[in-house]
Write a protein of this length. Structure first.
Length: 106
């Protein structure tokens, strides 16, 4: 058996206008986290799978637990394709020193 690691990415845009909508949103988010997904962005989660068969099972489980309203999109890519993702980060404006400059040695 050969293993070709896959990455399942879930994108979702769910309504949060009513209390019931927010409950569904939180239920879906908690389901993703309990299932081993990690948050990449606010509504983007990913999970590593051993092969395409496992990735298909993960996708089927997400389908079973989808919220009643809103948009959920699933993308399955190989780990090699996922590793080619480019991160572009802008400048962060923070007043907190995040360096060794604030280190005091006694």
């Amino acid at each position: 058996m050969t293993y070709r690691f896959m990455r399942v990415i879930v994108f979702f845009d769910l309504p949060t206008t009513t209390l019931e909508d927010r409950r569904e949103y939180n239920r879906f988010r908690k389901y993703l986290i309990k299932s081993g997904f990690i948050m990449m962005q606010e509504s983007v989660y990913s999970k590593l799978a051993q092969n395409s068969g496992v990735a298909d099972a993960v996708i089927n489980n997400v389908r079973k637990n989808k919220p009643t309203e809103g948009l959920v999109q699933l993308l399955s890519v190989t780990e090699k394709q996922f590793q080619k993702m480019e991160y572009i980060i802008g400048n962060s404006k923070s007043k907190v020193l995040d360096s060794d400059d604030r280190l005091i040695i006694i």
